[in-house]
Design a binder for this molecule. Structure first.
Ligand SMILES: CC(C)(COP(=O)(O)OP(=O)(O)OC[C@H]1O[C@@H](n2cnc3c(N)ncnc32)[C@H](O[C@H]2O[C@H](COP(=O)(O)OP(=O)(O)OP(=O)(O)O)[C@@H](O)[C@H]2O)[C@@H]1O)[C@@H](O)C(=O)NCCC(=O)NCCS
Ligand SMILES: Nc1ncnc2[nH]cnc12
Length: 295
């Protein structure tokens, strides 16, 4: 069994690589990429570089927390991560001059690093690390999160986007996704990512963009609804489906459509930031399943 400090370092590095790979994948409609800043006025590719660098120590800390957890109730492990997450949010804002680049991923990938480290070192070590084991661990860590943070919400002012959208539409956003063990990633994104990768025909950039389109076609992205409404979410999902039907990044027509979609999203101020986050989660999960640090 691998030493906890080596394991944490390796998981932390992979989490940062997942962040960097996600933002580098291009073209991404409405999102920051190597070509442009999408529907964002306050950040660009280099803002994401600064943010990723500032977060490297945080992911390692989350992995350490997971690897050294010996309790029975995994919700305690999640509770231990929250102050680390708040500290990381401050580090992100300091590095980006107050811009929210990675708030969603501080949450999602922080939890995943802790869960993976826990699975690698827990007494009941599974014989192999797969998306089901990691998903179930995450679900146990965050059990009751939607009830405790959304359903029982009393305040009606000073709400975060996620809280407001739960009140208005019953959307559970990223909290619902983690509490169910990342079903959108496991059921929709991973199969596409894996199929394209195993064919050995496509560059990692194209695999990521195609996986993003798949995510955009199904994800209940509170980032889209937060700026607009549920009709806009349906619009984004349909547009992504059409781009996939045209072949996505794997065909000339699909590529032209992705560029059109970007122009359209910039004009309409649409950013599928939640799907971008889930792409990074997919990249991380695939790494964990393919090349687990040690088990
Ligand atoms: C629990 C928190 C995540 C609280 O979050 P909040 O109540 O704010 O909830 P949401 O808004 O629902 O989600 C937060 C971010 O999660 C991403 N996200 C949204 N929907 C999904 C989804 N369906 N699947 C996956 N991920 C999702 C999304 O992150 C992306 O958007 C961010 C940019 O957002 P923002 O700047 O607000 O939006 P803009 O429109 O760009 O703003 P303007 O330019 O218009 O001003 C970016 O980060 C993307 O990554 C959501 O933003 C959590 O924050 C929390 O509790 N924090 C405390 C510390 C903590 O516990 N950390 C975790 C430790 S494990
Ligand atoms: N590439 C990206 N552009 C905009 N928001 C994001 N949130 C996470 N990744 C993003």
């Amino acid at each position: 069994m691998i030493a906890t400090s080596l394991l944490s370092k390796s998981l932390g590095q992979q989490a940062v690589l997942a962040l960097l790979t996600e933002v580098s994948a291009s073209p991404k409609p409405g999102l920051v990429d190597r070509f442009n800043r999408g529907a964002h006025r306050d950040m660009d590719f280099f803002t994401f570089m600064s943010s990723a660098a500032a977060l490297s120590g945080y992911f390692e800390k989350c992995a350490k927390a997971g690897g050294s957890f010996h309790g029975v109730d995994l919700r305690v492990l999640f509770a231990n991560l929250r102050p680390l997450g708040q500290e990381a949010e401050q580090a992100m804002f300091a590095a980006t001059g107050g811009v929210n680049t990675h708030k969603g991923l501080i949450f999602s990938l922080g939890i995943m690093c802790a869960a993976a480290a826990y699975c690698c070192t827990a007494q009941a070590t599974p014989s192999r690390l797969d998306e089901q084991v990691i998903g179930e661990t995450i679900a146990q860590m965050t059990k009751g999160l939607c009830a405790s943070e959304l359903a029982s919400l009393k305040k009606s002012t000073g709400l975060t986007v996620g809280e407001r959208l739960y009140k208005e539409w019953g959307m559970t956003g990223i909290r619902g996704e983690v509490e169910a063990g990342f079903p959108t990633v496991r059921a929709y994104a991973l199969p596409v990512y894996r199929e394209l990768k195993s064919s050995q025909r496509y560059h990692v950039n194209d695999i990521c963009v195609q996986t993003l389109l798949q995510l955009m076609s199904v994800n209940e992205d509170t980032n889209v609804v937060g700026r607009h409404d549920r009709e806009m979410l349906t619009y984004v999902q349909q547009y992504a489906k059409q781009a996939l039907e045209a072949g996505g990044i794997l065909s000339d027509r699909g590529v032209a459509m992705i560029h059109q979609m970007n122009d359209d999203f910039v004009q309409r101020n649409v950013s599928p930031g939640g799907s971008a986050d889930l792409l990074a989660v997919t990249i991380m999960l695939e790494y964990l399943c393919l090349a687990p640090p040690a088990i």
